[in-house]
Design a protein around this ligand. Structure first.
Ligand code: FAD
Ligand code: NAP
Length: 335
């Protein structure tokens, strides 16, 4: 346990903020002991994994529980699928590599997403045409109010586009301790998204394996995204908005290059395109800015404050709304 803990190295934006007390949890059973520790009686805590999807705008006024629960196990089969379980503290990419090394498939397109297994369901992580929900089996979560473990099915999690029940009514109420996945023993490769095929071609691979797809995704991501170890960031700062089809058609008349992807409730428009068109790509003010290769990623070049990043985000939101009539909303959790 650490009092007045500096969270700077525990968030990928590299922002300085203090927590009154920080506790690392290495086993689910340790959660039961927390309520008796001074500072934790309130049952009102912040939960932290790898800190790759949070923006710390100020000191955290609540105790912080950092989840470091280990473990990766094959627990059985269901029909043709293999069910595996990972502890919430396992690093996501390490888990993806572990599954591929055991010839278990389904996570390859989600390679190199930062953070922990336990945080992956929170926003139903997604990339290159695959979302966590596609391979999700169930999860265990410790209820902060009752101290009991509850098992959630996919329906209970109410997964949506970068969304789940844990961002709404279950927010800050449950500590996810373990997640189970339904993986295939025969690959069903998803190659049609973005530049995966082009990357495989560049790698001179004609009959790709799942590991080849993972390698291609890793290569694409390394070429486009800032490495948080070099430049502070939390990945995409905003979610891609979905707008009504009629609004998309009228925008298309004015901006013939505007990309759009039909989705359940209308058309999904890449927020990065809107921000770039509004002129923000590569913008820098002090140590806060918009990444030069991907306008959806806000960056801290070293000395920016969380408040500075938040006010930049608000300016971008207002500008995009003014220029396109589209509201974009943060994907990052603002603390
Ligand atoms: P944290 O940032 O620590 O926490 C995020 C939220 O989850 C917080 O609200 C926290 O309270 C909660 N939380 C964390 N752990 C638990 C737990 N065990 N129980 C309950 N609540 C918990 N995301 C994508 O979806 N797709 C991408 O392709 C992608 N690419 C990225 C690339 C970069 C360079 C970066 C920096 C981020 C990217 N992200 C992406 C965002 C981020 O990696 C994911 O959201 C990731 O799942 C966050 O994991 P974390 O452990 O760092 O969570
Ligand atoms: P990209 O390939 O340049 O595409 C731009 C946007 O268009 C993406 O956001 C993507 O939406 C959408 N898109 C592209 N092809 C699509 C298709 N065939 N069908 C539906 N939507 C499509 O994107 P990028 O920035 O390099 O990112 C590549 C992938 O990694 C994306 O899936 C992205 O979500 C993910 N990623 C996420 C984060 C994060 O922090 N959340 C950070 C980096 C990368 P989607 O985002 O809905 O896929």
């Amino acid at each position: 346990m650490q009092a007045h803990a500096d969270l700077k190295t525990l968030n990928t934006f590299g922002l300085t903020a203090h927590a009154p007390v920080l506790v690392m949890i290495g086993k689910a059973t340790e959660l039961n002991e927390l309520a008796s520790i001074p500072g934790f009686e309130t049952k009102d805590w912040r939960i932290l994994g790898g800190g790759s999807n949070v923006l710390l705008t100020q000191d955290v006024g609540k105790p912080v529980v950092r989840i470091a629960i280990p473990g990766m196990t094959v627990i059985g089969t269901e029909g043709a699928d293999t069910i595996v379980e990972a502890g919430a503290g396992i690093i996501w990419h390490k888990f993806v590599m572990w599954t591929l090394s055991r010839d278990l498939y389904g996570l390859e397109n989600l390679s190199l997403i930062p953070g922990t297994v336990g945080a992956a369901p929170i926003q139903n992580i997604g990339a290159y045409g695959v979302e966590l929900v596609d391979v999700f089996h169930s999860l265990d979560a410790w209820d902060i109010r009752t101290g009991l473990i509850r098992t959630f099915t996919a329906d209970d999690c109410a997964f949506g586009y970068r969304d789940s029940v844990f961002k709404h009514e279950a927010k800050d109420r449950y500590v996810i301790t373990a997640v189970r996945f339904r993986l295939r023993t025969v690959p069903d490769l998803k190659l049609d998204y973005g530049t995966i095929r082009a990357e495989l071609e560049a790698m001179k691979i004609t009959s790709p394996t799942a590991k080849d797809v993972s390698d291609a995704v890793v290569a694409i991501r390394r070429s486009k995204l800032p490495d948080p170890a070099q430049i502070g960031n939390a990945g995409s700062f905003f979610k891609n908005p979905t707008i009504p089809t009629e609004q998309y058609e009228s925008l298309k008349a004015a901006h013939d290059q505007i990309p759009g992807f039909p989705s359940a409730n209308g058309v999904k428009v890449p927020a990065g395109w809107l921000i770039e068109q509004a002129g923000w790509k590569g913008f820098r003010e002090g140590d806060g800015g918009v990444h030069a290769k991907q306008a959806l990623v806000l960056v801290n070049y070293g000395g920016a404050s969380g408040d500075q990043i938040l006010s930049l985000a608000r300016r971008i939101q207002a500008d995009v709304a003014g220029k396109f009539g589209i509201d974009i909303h943060p994907e990052v959790n603002i603390w």
